[in-house]
Design a protein around this ligand. Sequence first.
Ligand SMILES: Nc1ncnc2c1ncn2[C@@H]1O[C@H](COP(=O)(O)OP(=O)(O)OP(=O)(O)O)[C@@H](O)[C@H]1O
Length: 454
Amino acid sequence: MTEVGPPDSDPEALLQVRNLCKYFDNDSGLLGGVSVDGEFPYVRRDPSDVRAVDGVNFDIKEGETLGLVGESGCGKSTLARTVLRLLKPTDGSVYFQGEDLASLSGEPLRRKRKDMQMIFQDPQSSLDPRMKVGPIVEEPMKAHDMLDDEGREARAKELLEKVGLDPQHYNRYPHAFSGGQRQRVNLARALSVNPDFIVCDEPVSALDVSIQAQVLNTMEELQAEFDLTYLFIAHDLSVIRHISDRVAVMYLGNIVELADKEELFENPKHPYTRALLDAIPVPDPRSDGRKELLSGDVPSPIDPPSGCRFRTRCPKVIQPEAYDMSDAAWRNVVEFQRAVRRRAFEETDPNALRARYFDDAVPSGDAGTLLDEALGHIEREEFEDAEGLLTERFTDESVCATANPAYELDPDLDDGRHYAACHLRRDEAIASAVDEAALDGSVSPNTGASGADD
Ligand SMILES: Nc1ncnc2c1ncn2[C@@H]1O[C@H](COP(=O)(O)OP(=O)(O)OP(=O)(O)O)[C@@H](O)[C@H]1O
């Protein structure tokens, strides 16, 4: 497994995630996610495994909020559950307050869980409708033998008030509360055992926008009052921008970019992050508000692309060194290869295809010869041969396919760290590493981009 992610640790980290992998056995279907310690082989790497989380590294500092964003299915929830050790990692480590949770089980793990709580998206289904909210809040305290009955009731009432509810509502059932209030009950419940770390998995996604801001504000106040550290998952970038100190962007089981919030929003370095930001609706009466999102489907996590996982959809994929095409000709080759892969056209006539895909720029030299060969295959309706040729000789030869990118960059806006898993950032990473070495007085010709496995 190649390590991809921010390479060094942060001395102030409460949580350190290293090369974390969670694969699901594809054959076991839904049950793949509920395997418990010891029931399945510890490490299983079947070619048909769903690689939901695949070599993730990050730290979370004490007291900060790390936002985790990415499209549906990219592995956010699996990452959260594996970090909390609700799922057993296939590989890797999760150091919480210095202790590797991946190596814990049984009673030591149960005790540790008291310090790490989770809040889920749907406040309705996470509250037992047959229980009153008071006992709901007290339940985790009971499970961890905290306080006596009286003490638990007093603490539950106090917490209901802290989260913005009326403590007199201790005896009400969840159905008597609105969605926002139910999420506040969940907050009180999570806080009851006095945790240090809370994973919030889309906690406001089910709420109206006006209520979202109120709940987020309460979460920030509670964070300050109780010294909490949050891992906050959302697909909504405005929510992420509201709550996060730093932001990690996830794509197909990998973290592709991680930086301080403003740095990430103002200077995104990864084409995937840029595409996500570009897709934020803008208020324009002439349009439906949404710019064009990424083209192409997300590849299967069972057989993810080699190298950079985003390369099959990336608008900036890098030309192989063997060719010397203009940028426009290379772009056309990539678009054509993707169209052939999707069987996006009916015509087989080379001239019609040239006119359609290579109108403004045609590759010449070796690349031109290969293109002619591919067009010849299509003319003879040998689509698989055409696809194979274009893929093997063009896109699979790109550095984006042959090496995993992992670069630390100088941030533009602050003195934090900016990590971007994109080969386009190689020169920038080398320049910043050389600058750093020069400051240390130890310039080395070998000081270069960190972490790439080429
Ligand atoms: N128990 C399971 N068995 C098999 N595959 C699973 C299981 N749980 C998740 N997956 C797969 O793992 C990948 C990541 O899923 P996950 O739910 O972690 O993504 P997500 O980013 O949280 O998505 P969403 O935002 O829709 O919740 C998906 O391809 C999903 O189908």
